[in-house]
Design a protein around this ligand. Sequence first.
Ligand SMILES: [Zn+2]
Length: 139
Amino acid sequence: MDDCIFCKIVKGEIPSFKVYEDEKVFAFEDINPISPGHTLIIPKRHAQDLWEISGDDLTAIHLASKKIIKAIQDALQPSGVACVQLNGPGANQVVLHYHLHLVPRLAGDPELPVATWELKEGDMEAVRETADKIAAAIK
Ligand SMILES: [Zn+2]
């Protein structure tokens, strides 16, 4: 999709803090992180949501999530990691290209928002450093 911001990230037309890439998926840091290490995993092939994504791409996303969540655990030692995935504007999906959020949780963090949170731009240097830490921890 020509006007899709996530397709542009996959093509490298928009810079991102990449943590992982394989044949089917691309993973990068959310620049409006709910918490440090907030990572998005997306299929390289455009699909809007869970209704549209192919089984192959969905499988690849979830296999990648297993690798990345291990790296987040090793790099950041969170108390937990939430997987959040929204489908459709009615569920507050903001970018209409399937994405799975991995949101590290730390003890004492405020309650995890389920579908609505303030988009607060992160400190880009900190986001880049966290991306590098997670990427380095991927086995
Ligand atoms: Zn797209």
